[in-house]
Design a protein around this ligand. Structure first.
Ligand SMILES: [Zn+2]
Length: 182
């Protein structure tokens, strides 16, 4: 996947995560057969979280999680795709790589089990992100380095997540190493 996003845009998404301390969100629209970001918004800090909201969503939508945020989509990120009829693909760029949440059927709203998805999958992914406590206090930035071992564990939870989500919503993860090499 991600073939439909240009190299240049993927690098831009990478720099949003690594160079900015705020969440960035934007719809993506097609321009000359290429997806471009439209109306980029910047997150507002709320209860220590950095939330970025769009007034409306188009078929392709994007947001970033800055380094101090989670390296995977939140339940709300997944749920948003199931609840918003417009969204077909939601891209979340994080510390680990690119997450794609896509929907097969656009006229069905799916009720997802928040507790189960959080407890069995998302919080487990959160546990993979080791942080140095002192460093985190200083900077809030996660200190874990990328490894193939971590990738395997993430893939395990992604497969499990997709079983929970059922056939109509699909989550795919690609690490930066694979995203940026094309
Ligand atoms: Zn998010």
């Amino acid at each position: 996947m991600t073939e439909y996003i240009s190299d240049q845009l993927l690098h831009t998404m990478h720099s949003f995560v690594y160079d900015l301390d705020v969440e960035i969100c934007s719809n993506m629209i097609s321009d000359d057969n290429e997806l471009i970001l439209e109306d980029i918004s910047v997150g507002i800090k709320e209860d220590g979280r950095n939330l970025c909201q769009l007034e409306k969503y188009t078929t392709y939508t994007f947001h970033s999680h800055p380094l101090r945020s989670w390296s995977y989509p939140s339940f709300d990120d997944i749920n948003k795709v199931s609840k918003n009829l417009n969204i077909k693909v939601s891209i979340v760029a994080t510390f680990w790589g690119i997450w794609e949440i896509s929907k097969e059927i656009d006229d069905i709203k799916i009720n997802l089990n928040k507790e189960k998805i959080n407890e069995d999958i998302l919080w487990k992914l959160g546990g993979l992100t080791k942080t140095d406590d002192d460093e985190r206090k200083e900077t809030g930035i996660k200190s874990m380095t990328w490894s193939e071992k971590i990738h395997k564990v993430i893939d395990h939870y992604v497969r499990k997540l997709n079983k929970y989500l059922g056939p109509n919503i699909y989550v795919k993860f690609t690490p930066w190493k694979n995203v940026l090499k094309k």
